[in-house]
Write a protein that binds this ligand. Structure first.
Ligand code: FES
Length: 125
């Protein structure tokens, strides 16, 4: 399978991998794909003005899943939670130009983002 240059860039140049020490300002989400066994974890550190200051990921999976999560963290930093909620797999898919067979990798990124934001709101209740 031939990957687009953007996928290769975000697969090879990992910027935001790792973890953030958990506290009430940190949202954490983890999702897995039963179809392929890939797992994606995302953490965001959000300040009191609801701006994402840090985003970190850990992905066990294919190159497209790693590129999707790496790209996701890049576009999350500096966004408000309201803006982050608008990010979906189509945005990731279009930017990375993922092949059809890899669409579910971008869906995994959207799912982990939703779970992470839900976790943050749950903590703040
Ligand atoms: Fe499963 Fe990429 S092949 S997430």
């Amino acid at each position: 399978m031939k990957y687009n240059k953007k996928v290769l860039k975000f697969f090879r140049k990992i910027k935001n991998s790792g973890s953030i020490k958990d506290n009430y300002l940190v949202g954490t989400g983890m999702v897995g794909s039963p179809a392929c066994g890939d797992v994606m974890k995302l953490q965001i550190l959000v300040n009191k003005d609801n701006i994402i200051k840090k985003a970190r990921f850990k992905t066990y999976g294919c190159g497209s899943a790693i590129a999707s999560s790496n790209y996701l963290t890049k576009i999350l930093i500096g966004k408000t939670i309201k803006q982050a909620k608008k990010i979906n797999n189509i945005k990731i898919l279009k930017y990375l130009k993922l092949p059809k067979i890899k669409i579910h990798c971008s869906i995994l990124a959207e799912q982990v983002l939703k779970k992470t934001i839900n976790n943050l709101f749950h903590k703040r209740k």
